[in-house]
Write a protein that binds this ligand. Structure first.
Ligand SMILES: [Zn+2]
Ligand SMILES: [Zn+2]
Length: 260
């Protein structure tokens, strides 16, 4: 049976699971290997069942567990050259045999799953989001997107279920404890997507046919699940989109399985 769920989502660590029933993949491994193994057990999988870990970019909240996972359980890691090099400087060596590099914006397959890594705007060397296709349906993961580029829209608009970033409430961020340089970075074009921008993206995608929207990668200091959900719900109401009828809307918890 196919499965698409977040195991961890937020500024403290990210890991998403996707399976077509035969090939099982993780997107990012941004908490410890032990915590990822425990989360996998909750959905009935062992790390030995994982056929690949796909990296989005080299920030710690996306890679901190990948070295141990790959070395201990012989899991292949898929990433572009820039990302894998930066990643290994932090997580230690990954055996050559287990490194599979791809070019951003070029399709590749793992098992029967078609994978489209698309460029996103973020302050790392070569960051990507992913769209997956199997059994005739598309699924997408797009977090750490500074702003919604045409490339992002083009890839997400095919998907029936998407995980999109809803990182911060702009007012909470501006009045919050972060130093000025960090606020500027988060708000910048290579930072993170605000609730407001995520809401507009979500509404656009629903109009184009997306059935399930999951808001993820919430900031712990500058957002709450309710604030993120309400921003999208408000934007849906303005666009005459009915939650429950036209779309399923949910917020991924920072720790805990969220089926998408
Ligand atoms: Zn990042
Ligand atoms: Zn991140």
């Amino acid at each position: 049976m196919s499965k698409f769920c977040t195991l961890f989502s937020g500024s403290s660590g990210n890991c998403t699971f996707i399976s077509d029933g035969k090939t099982n993949l993780l997107i990012d491994a941004g908490v410890s290997a032990a915590r990822i193994c425990a989360a996998l057990a909750e959905i009935g999988y062992s790390p030995f069942d994982i056929h690949g870990i796909l990296l989005t970019h080299e920030h710690r909240d996306h890679i901190s567990g990948v070295g141990v996972l790959s070395r201990n359980y012989s899991i292949p890691v898929y990433a572009n050259v820039g990302t894998i090099e930066k990643t290994m400087a932090i997580t230690g060596w990954i055996f050559d045999d287990y490194i599979h590099t791809f070019k951003s914006n070029e399709k590749f397959d793992v098992g029967d799953i078609e994978i489209f890594p698309f460029s996103i705007s973020h302050d790392t060397v070569d960051p990507v989001g992913y769209t997956f296709r199997f059994d005739g349906a598309y699924y997408s993961v797009a977090t750490d997107i500074g702003y919604v580029t045409e490339t992002v829209l083009k890839h997400l608009c095919k998907s029936e279920s998407v995980l999109i970033e809803s990182n911060h409430d702009v007012q909470m961020l501006n009045s919050g404890p972060y130093p000025y340089y960090l606020k500027k970075r988060i708000l910048g074009n290579k930072g993170h997507l605000s609730n407001e921008c995520a809401a507009h993206l979500a509404a656009q995608l629903v109009k184009w046919g997306t059935k399930r929207i999951t808001l993820g990668h919430l900031s712990e200091k500058n957002n709450t699940p309710e604030t993120a959900y309400n921003a999208a719900a408000e934007c849906f109401a303005q666009n005459d989109i009915k939650i429950g009828e036209d779309v399923m809307l949910q917020v991924a918890p920072k720790d805990g399985i969220c089926h998408m």
